[in-house]
Design a protein around this ligand. Sequence first.
Ligand code: GAR
Length: 200
Amino acid sequence: MEPQPEKRHIAIFASGNGTNAENITAYFNNGNNQAYEVALIVCNKPDAMVLQRAEKLGVPSKVISKAQINDQETMLELLEGYSIDLIVLAGFLLMIPPFLLEHYRDRIINIHPSLLPKYGGKGMFGHHVHEAVVAAHEKETGITVHIVDERCDEGRIIFQASTPLSASDTPDDVERKVHSLEREHFPRVIEQTLASLPSR
Ligand code: GAR
């Protein structure tokens, strides 16, 4: 029998509800793509819904404090313990420390719920973004997937998708439209990113 190539392992970092974490895990871990697997979910909020989702999905999860994410030994031991190839930020609200950016250079991606560079930067997350988009009477919004670097929401963009808005859309409506784009596109963007990465 041919030797099977090693699976590539994804870690998802999330802070809240975790609909993206669930959708990504369902995509990879139910046999769609045998080459890739969500091996770990990392969360900085002990009561976040994403942890319940991880348990239901049968994916190991780890709660880390702000101090722990900034501790090189703790984080590298955790991530190397699961042979992580790619870190996916899906609603993760802490900054990624320089040693992780260095160790996983071009291997950390983030999804942002707007068409960057619009509505990015400090304080722009989740509902705050959708409220700003409605207040500015934007005719469209969308999602951006980008490489994470030292700057907030400014790393190289690898994917964008947009959706039209109507004048009557509320921030909740905008959020629904954005989530629908995330659901449709994010797993495939992750798959393509992994396919383009050399083995570690
Ligand atoms: C997603 O819409 C994601 O784009 C956004 O948080 C939401 C998390 O939803 N991320 C940011 O705002 C990052 N600045 P989820 O927890 O249901 O996946």
